[in-house]
Ligand binder design. Structure first.
Ligand code: FAD
Length: 535
C-alpha cells in the first residue's frame, strides 16, 4: 500500500506487536529517546504467565538495572543469583556427594538475578505505559502488512470479536516464538545444526541446597563452598542433556531439561511430567533434591527445535526484537542478552530513521551485525557443545574460558563505553571478535575430544569426586586469567587432543553405547535435514 502524498500521517509512529520483555523494553527505550513518539503496544494475553527466561546474566543485568532502572524492583520481587553451578555424574556416582561439582567458591561479585517473568514483564510494561506508551490488551494481531515505502498496517481482533486496523510509520515484531514477520515473509530458519528440545515445569517441595537437612546428611559436601548454592542456577548434566534448577521468589523452583535430539531423549513414560521427572531423578543430585517435590500440573511444557533465526532483522519501517528475531539455546541464559542487544539497537535505528537520518545504511548495518552476531555466537558457544558439557574436565575448562572471555570481550563493553555498547551485539563488535574466534576454535576442539573420548570409553572419567571451585571477577587480572586458562587448554591438546588433530571426529553411528546410566536413548545415526516446527 502506497501512501498518497495528500494522505494524513499514520496515527502511530510505532506499533509494537507483543508487550512482554522485548516489546515493552523497546517501547520504553524509544519513549526515553523521544518522548513525543506515539507508540502503541498490542498484547495478546490479559496478563503475563510464568515463562522461561528466568535467569539473567551480566549483560542482561546491566540492561535491566542501569538502563531500564529496575534495580529496586529486582531486589524486592526477585532473587539475587549466585552464578552457575554444574553437577556431573557417571557410573561411580551413587549420591549427591559423589557427584563432581564445578561452581563459584564465593558469591560472585557481579550481580545477576533469578526472575519471575510474569512479574518482571508486567513491571517493564507498566513503566513503558507510565512514559505515555498506549496499550491494547488482550488483543491479538492477525496480520502485518509491510510497506517499505510508506505506512505499515497491523490488523487485530479481540476475544469479543471486535476487529481493528492500526497504521504506523514503523512496526516492531516482539511476538516471541510466534515470530509473526519472519514466518509470514519466509525469513524464519530452523537451526538444523542445533536440534535441541526442552521440557520444563515449576515445582514445589524442592529441597533447599543450603538446608540444615542436606548439611547434616552430607557435611563434607556442605563445607565445600562458601557460596549460596540455593540461588545459583544449578545445572544437572548427562550425556547430551542438561537441566536447570532456578529458584523463584516465594519458594517455587523452575526445573527443566534441554537435550540435543541427536544424542538424547526423554525416557519413555506414561506422561510428559513423569518422563521429565524420570530424566531428572536419573541424576543423583536430582534424585536427592526432588525426593519430595511435585511439578505444577498446569505448568508442564515441551518444545522441540528451539534454535532458529530470522534472515532479516530490519527493513524500512519494520524491525524484529527478542525471540521474534531468533533464539539460540538456553544454556548460559543468553536469551535476555539477545533481547538487550536487539531492543537497544532497534530503538536506536528507529529513532535515527524517524529523525530523518539516512535509513538504508543503518538498516544494512543492523542486518549485517545481527546476522554476524547470531552466527558467530552460535558457532562459538553452542555448536556440538552437548557432546562435552556433561564431561567434568572438558566442561570445567570450557566454563573457565567461556566466562573469562565473555567478561573480557563482552561484559567489559558497557562498563567501559556505557549503554551505547548495548547497541553492538556480542561477537559482531570489534572488541568481541577476537575472543569469539578463539572460543569457536576451542569449542570445536573440545567437541572433537569428547567424541573421541566416547569412542574410546574415556568420556566422563572425572565426573565423580572432582570439585572445582571458581572465582570470577571483572578486574585488571582478567587477561592474565585468560592466559592461565589458555595454558590449561594447550596442555589438554598436548596430552590428549593430538589424537584428533588429523582425524575427523567419530561419526555418531560409530560411537559405542556409553557407560553412563543416564543416557536415555541410543545416538541417532543421522539428522532430518529440516527439523519439524515447534510443538
Ligand atoms: C527452555 C528455555 C529456557 C530459557 N531460559 C532462559 C534463561 O534462563 N535466561 C534467559 O535470558 N533467557 C532464557 N530463555 C529465553 C527467553 O525465554 C526468551 O528469550 C524471552 O522470553 C523472549 O522474550 P520476548 O519478549 O522476546 O518474547 P515472549 O516472552 O515470548 O513474549 C512475546 C509476547 O508477544 C505476545 N504475542 C505473541 N503473538 C502475538 C500476537 N499475534 N498478537 C499480540 N501479541 C502477541 C505474547 O502474548 C507474549 O506476551 C529460555 C528459553 C527457553 C526455550
Amino acid at each position: 500500500m502506497q501512501t498518497p502524498a495528500s494522505a494524513p500521517p499514520p496515527a502511530w509512529d510505532v506499533v509494537i506487536v507483543g508487550g512482554a520483555l522485548s516489546g515493552s523494553a523497546t517501547a520504553f527505550l524509544l519513549k526515553r529517546r523521544n518522548p513525543r513518539l506515539k507508540i502503541l503496544i498490542i498484547e495478546r494475553s490479559a496478563e503475563f504467565k510464568r515463562r522461561v527466561g528466568e535467569a539473567t546474566v551480566e549483560i542482561s543485568t546491566y540492561f535491566l538495572t542501569r538502563v531500564l532502572g529496575l534495580t529496586e524492583h529486582l531486589h524486592e520481587k526477585h532473587l539475587a543469583k549466585q552464578g552457575l553451578r554444574f553437577w556431573f555424574q557417571n557410573a561411580a556416582t551413587k549420591t549427591l556427594e559423589d557427584c563432581s561439582e564445578t561452581g563459584p567458591a564465593f558469591n560472585p561479585r557481579l550481580g545477576s538475578f533469578q526472575v519471575d517473568r510474569a512479574v518482571l514483564d508486567e513491571k517493564i510494561l507498566a513503566n513503558a505505559l507510565a512514559l505515555g506508551v498506549e496499550l491494547r490488551r488482550p488483543v491479538q494481531v492477525k496480520d502485518i502488512v509491510l510497506d517499505e515505502a510508506g505506512v505499515q498496517t497491523v490488523t487485530w481482533s479481540d476475544d469479543d470479536g471486535r476487529e481493528g486496523i492500526e497504521h504506523a510509520r514503523w512496526v516492531v515484531d516482539a511476538s516471541g516464538l510466534n515470530a509473526l514477520l519472519a514466518r509470514k515473509n519466509g525469513w524464519h530458519r530452523t537451526n538444523t545444526e542445533h536440534p535441541i528440545a526442552a521440557c520444563w515445569s515449576r515445582w514445589s517441595g524442592v529441597k533447599n541446597w543450603d538446608s540444615l537437612e542436606l548439611a547434616q546428611k552430607f557435611p563434607n559436601w556442605a563445607r565445600r563452598t562458601k557460596s549460596f548454592r540455593y540461588t545459583a542456577t544449578n545445572h544437572l548434566t548427562g550425556l547430551g542433556w542438561w537441566a536447570w534448577v532456578i529458584p523463584l521468589k516465594g519458594g517455587d523452583v523452575s526445573i527443566g531439561v534441554v537435550f540435543d535430539q541427536r544424542i538424547a531423549d526423554l525416557p519413555e513414560g506414561p506422561s510428559l511430567p513423569v518422563r521429565l521427572r524420570e530424566m531428572l531423578t536419573s541424576h543423583p543430585v536430582g534424585a536427592e533434591i526432588l525426593a519430595d517435590a511435585t511439578w505444577h500440573e498446569r505448568d508442564v511444557h515441551f518444545r522441540r527445535n528451539l534454535s532458529y533465526r530470522s534472515t532479516v532483522f530490519a527493513g524500512k519501517g519494520f524491525a524484529l526484537v527478542g525471540d521474534a528475531a531468533g533464539f539460540m539455546d538456553p544454556f548460559y541464559s543468553p536469551g535476555m542478552d539477545w533481547i538487550t542487544y536487539t531492543t537497544n539497537a532497534t530503538a536506536a535505528l528507529i529513532d535515527d530513521c524517524l529523525r530523518g537520518k539516512p535509513s538504508a545504511p543503518r538498516i544494512a548495518r543492523h542486518n549485517e551485525r545481527f546476522t554476524t552476531s547470531y552466527d558467530r555466537w552460535f558457532r562459538a558457544i553452542y555448536k556440538d557443545k552437548y557432546f562435552y558439557m556433561a564431561d567434568q574436565e572438558l566442561m570445567t575448562l570450557a566454563m573457565r574460558l567461556d566466562l573469562n572471555l565473555y567478561y573480557l570481550g563482552v561484559v567489559t563493553q558497557p562498563y567501559k563505553f556505557g549503554p551505547s555498547a548495548l547497541e553492538r551485539p556480542s561477537f559482531a563488535s570489534r572488541e568481541s571478535k577476537l575472543p569469539g574466534r578463539f572460543i569457536t576454535l576451542y569449542n570445536r576442539r573440545l567437541a572433537a575430544i569428547a567424541r573421541d573420548r566416547l569412542r574410546r570409553g574415556a568420556w566422563g572419567r572425572t565426573n565423580a569426586h572432582h570439585h572445582t571451585m571458581l572465582s570470577f571477577f571483572l578486574d585488571r587480572w582478567l587477561p592474565l586469567r585468560v592466559v592461565g586458562n589458555l595454558a590449561s587448554y594447550l596442555s589438554l591438546e598436548l596430552r590428549e587432543g593430538w589424537r584428533t588433530w588429523f582425524r575427523a571426529p567419530a561419526p555418531f553411528a560409530e560411537l559405542p553405547p556409553h557407560a553412563t546410566r543416564t543416557r536415555p536413548r541410543a545416538i541417532a545415526p543421522s539428522l532430518p535435514r529440516e527439523a519439524p516446527a515447534h510443538h
